[in-house]
Design a protein around this ligand. Sequence first.
Ligand SMILES: [Zn+2]
Length: 225
Amino acid sequence: MVNGPWGGYSNGRIPTEVLTRIQYQGVNYWVWSTNPADGALDGVYLEPSCAVALLAMLKLYHDQTGDYLPVNEGYRTYDGQVYWKKQDSRNATPGQSNHGWAKAVDMGDTLTLAQYNWIHANGPAFGFTPLGGAFGQYDYIHYDYSGTYNPPTPPAEEEEDMSYSIVPSSDGNIYVCSLVTGINARVGSPYHVGLLQRYKKNNSNDNMLAAEISIVQGYLTAIRP
Ligand SMILES: [Zn+2]
């Protein structure tokens, strides 16, 4: 059982400053009450490692389906647990909800069967296991985080010598020429020449926009071996 106390906090008494507020399409916190005494929050907050795992799972779902999973609650305050116990006696006794450790999520209000099946199949790889009932039954949208997700380490950046020169040609065009491979590519516009010059001067992507770097990368790909 990995859900439980962490960081010296008690259940439902974790300051949101130490949590991660999840921002991703499909994540919409359900503000169940605007009465401050009921302990509703302003977003879906999770313990940081749980947040990393959830985002990775949400992104995989989007990559595979083009769609987004719904999420409407993560951390629940003690006051929020008191509120929910009053609404439904089956809800956790205040101070004992896994939401109070910020390591549980409610996947929306309802799920489709396909979404439910997907989370059952893929959730465990990210550390999420169902606590609620079978599809359509009480609390079937609830998943606990087991704390076992290890994000993949990104591959080491390849040190690649992409030295190039920008050379005018007698045909009136300007070429970018790899000093490693000797391969040339014609540069399509003065704007692109400017981008290649900036990139070369910085020897990096400092202060360049992603769209600008992407144009440069297109040329560098063309002159690779
Ligand atoms: Zn729940």
